[in-house]
Design a protein around this ligand. Structure first.
Ligand code: GLU
Ligand code: ZN
Length: 386
């Protein structure tokens, strides 16, 4: 089998460390099996799309050493790789489901949906569409469409029974259909939801392994159904465990940095961050902890990813960075250090001199900018003596 994996971020801002892990695992798995790794931009939520976010994602992945074989700006035989450029395809596929009786037009107003949601909440029931439009008379639907009445397209989910599927990390998963909503596939603005768009793309881009965050596990029954409705073979699924704060709450901005660019700006080495992130949920099964990207490719397997949440431990990241700094060549450190010295106007030293400063200090710093703080007097003469 020709393995094909993807990373499919929404361009809503920065690259989250959880996103970096998803990208890394997908990349490692594809490379380990001599396959292709692609980047796909999921920009179907127009309100959340942030200008510049795509470039930021691409440059951050490049910084981390995660290269993609196909994607925006790179090309490939399965493009376009940006969902907003594929709208026609999603419409065609949604119509096909309506024609086959697996999906239906829903004309409910947002006021009506708000009202039923409020009632369900008051009754302490999970919010769920009441399927009001599931069996509308075809003439009635045709009339409304002729009048251009606002609508969405929803998929039909069985009213009972269980969806049983297998996940590489979680094993056999069973989810009852009565917990699954008649998911909107095409929104009233004409854009598809994630559920339709991602799945159509994974199919036509011939993705063999869908590797994504655990937050998508409860939606997987909808996806299994959609594959059945289309008559397509579903790829293998691997849902990655959540990233947690040390107090076991979901990793959040409030307890520290979550953007890869923040760690980059703080002077962490890409190879240290990547090594650290690789271990958030995966381990090689022995005590080795230091792995280059090439070594990770060799050792990686989805089967060795754990089910339980992975704790994002900043001290461990600092430890990794120290390890990498201790073993880095002068050239490697100078590559990062020189632009910082230049910015300060402290760039009037030879590489030999800087090399000896690095040797003096490198056992004592955690991140590169600390060379400038701890070693200030090596770079610039003191201007006051009080
Ligand atoms: N666009 C989705 C997200 O950013 C992608 C999930 C997936 O990998 O399928 O969460
Ligand atoms: Zn409706």
């Amino acid at each position: 089998m020709n393995v094909r994996t993807r990373f499919a971020p929404s361009p809503t801002g920065y690259l989250h460390v959880g996103g970096l892990r998803t990208a890394l695992y997908s990349f490692l798995y594809a490379k380990k099996h001599g396959g292709s790794f692609l980047l796909r931009i999921e920009d179907t939520d127009q309100a959340r799309t942030v200008p510049g976010a795509v470039d930021n994602i691409i440059s951050t992945l490049a910084w981390a050493g995660i290269t993609f074989d196909e994607g925006p700006g790179k090309g490939g035989n399965y493009g376009p790789y940006i969902q907003s450029e594929r709208l026609e395809l999603y419409h065609k596929q949604a119509k096909e489901l309506v024609e086959k009786g697996h999906a239906y037009y829903c004309f409910c107003s947002s006021e009506r949906l708000d009202k039923i949601r409020a009632i369900q909440m008051a009754q302490k029931r999970p919010p769920c569409y009441d399927r009001h439009c599931r069996d509308l008379a075809p003439e009635f639907v045709a009339e409304k469409l002729r009048n251009n009445e606002p609508h969405v397209i929803r998929m039909k989910v069985p009213l009972e029974g269980e969806c049983v599927f297998s996940d590489i990390i979680r094993g056999t998963v069973a989810i009852n259909y009565n917990n699954v909503d008649d998911q909107v596939l095409i929104k009233s603005d004409g854009f598809p939801t994630y559920h339709l768009a991602y799945l159509v793309d994974d199919h036509f881009m011939e993705i063999t392994h869908t590797i994504r965050g655990e937050e998508w596990l409860p939606s997987t029954p909808k996806h299994i159904l959609l594959y059945q409705y289309f008559g397509w073979q579903a790829p293998a699924f691997a849902h990655l465990p959540l990233l947690l704060n040390p107090d076991k709450s979901k990793l959040s901005k409030r307890q520290g940095d979550v953007a890869v660019e923040d760690y980059r700006a703080k002077g962490y080495l890409a190879e240290a961050l990547v090594n650290f992130v690789a271990f958030l949920g995966w381990n090689p099964g022995d005590t080795r902890e230091i792995f280059s990207l090439d070594e990770l490719i060799k050792e990686f397997s989805l089967e060795r990813i754990g089910k339980s949440g992975a704790i994002f431990n900043l001290e461990k990241l600092q430890w990794y960075n120290q390890q990498y700094l201790h073993h880095a060549s002068h050239e490697r450190i100078l590559k990062e250090l020189k632009p910082m010295l230049k910015e300060k106007g402290w760039d009037n030293h030879s590489d030999v001199y800087l090399g000896s400063v690095i040797d003096l200090l490198k056992e004592r710093v955690t991140v590169i900018p600390e060379f400038l703080i701890n070693g200030q007097f090596f770079f610039v003469a003191p201007t006051s003596y009080d």
